[in-house]
Design a protein around this ligand. Structure first.
Ligand SMILES: NC(=O)c1ccc[n+]([C@@H]2O[C@H](COP(=O)([O-])OP(=O)(O)OC[C@H]3O[C@@H](n4cnc5c(N)ncnc54)[C@H](O)[C@@H]3O)[C@@H](O)[C@H]2O)c1
Length: 311
């Protein structure tokens, strides 16, 4: 059994990752400054004797050193970040601090404490608005936001550090993650959590465009499992892989599942497509299967039904 340090532990993906690590019998040290994370996300983890939480900022001087010296983890799963593309546009300096500088501090902490593995939350945002589908790891990286650029820079920082100092680095390029605990209050949250919130309130949703646009929606349970595998499976080698399903789901298909569950809610309204919105996105899942033995197991429909049932 391993001891994992999870940054961003109180967030959407972080809390599910902690839950799965603990369920598998690992020890988890969580770190979060609660910028966007929530205490209630850690309700289950907090009941485990194998879980410790540190309420600190990754970028605070000496914070990582103190936490790592106390916990002595085998690996770090680095999920803490400024997660909003829009916020990265309005405050690129903060995006640099929380996404690039923070990753550099994690890489340095791993080096100085001799940690042998780092798993990093990268994003499909590094590919920009490519129309070359499915998106493969070799697809051109052309980020179109400071957020996407920071994720790409972070991958390079970590992989370079890893190669130089003998640490295995796995960069996990998540596609559109959805599931319980995604913050629906954020105006920048994923479309599914926004739809979920409106249907729960009995309100019709607005679809920009005709609804035929598609995304590669992946359940947070699959993403957490991919993190667990990347952090704990023996004989994993450094690299980057898409964490996606390989399947395209349209917004109309998403809405159809909600409408089945909420027949009393009025039909969606349509608004003009938003400029800059990507029409179709779908990843190729084969590299993650080869490098990690990971394939998504939860269908978009099953994941949506679970979200609607449990919230
Ligand atoms: N949700 C998605 O669809 C998606 C897609 C691609 C990549 N990602 C990446 O996955 C990671 C997790 O995202 P999420 O969706 O769970 O978002 P989230 O906002 O729920 O989680 C991020 C967590 O990091 C914490 N945090 C932020 N800055 C911190 C700091 N300086 N020190 C300590 N803690 C800090 C926040 O409080 C929060 O708990 C992020 O790196 C994000 O960029 C998410």
């Amino acid at each position: 059994m391993a001891h994992l340090l999870v940054t961003g532990a109180a967030g959407f993906i972080g809390s599910h990752t902690c839950d799965q690590l603990l369920a598998a019998g690992h020890t988890v040290t969580g770190l979060d400054n609660f910028r966007s994370g929530r205490h209630e996300n850690l309700a289950a983890a907090g009941r485990s004797p194998c879980f410790t939480l540190h309420e600190v900022d990754v970028t605070a001087t000496g914070a990582l050193d103190r936490v790592i010296s106390a916990a002595r983890p085998d690996a770090i799963i680095h999920l803490a970040a400024l997660v909003s593309v829009q916020e990265s546009m309005t405050d690129p300096a903060l995006n640099f601090a929380l996404n690039v500088q923070a990753t550099h501090l994690v890489a340095e902490a791993a080096r100085s404490h001799g940690i042998r593995r780092v798993v990093f939350a990268s994003s499909a945002a590094i590919y920009g608005d490519t129309t070359d589908l499915p998106i493969r790891e070799a697809t051109d990286k052309k980020p179109i936001s400071p957020y996407g650029a920071a994720k790409l820079a972070s991958e390079a920082l970590l992989l370079g550090h890893g190669a130089a100092f003998g640490c295995t680095v796995r960069c996990q390029r998540y596609f559109n993650v959805f599931g319980p605990r995604q913050d629906p209050a954020s105006p920048y949250s994923g479309v599914i959590s926004i739809f979920d919130r409106r249907y729960r309130a009995g309100k019709a949703v607005t679809i920009y465009g005709d609804g035929s646009q598609t995304r590669d929606f992946i359940s947070v349970h699959d993403v957490a499992r991919a993190n667990l595998i990347a952090a704990t499976r023996p004989d994993v080698r450094s690299g980057a892989a898409n964490i996606c399903t390989g399947r395209a789901t349209s917004l109309l298909e998403v809405v159809a599942v909600f409408r089945q569950q909420y027949p009393e809610v009025a039909a969606p309204t349509h608004a003009a497509p938003r400029t800059g919105d990507i029409i179709h996105s779908r990843g190729a899942p084969d590299d993650a299967a080869a490098a990690l033995g990971f394939r998504a197991a939860v269908s978009a429909e099953d994941g949506l039904r679970e979200l609607i049932r449990t919230g």
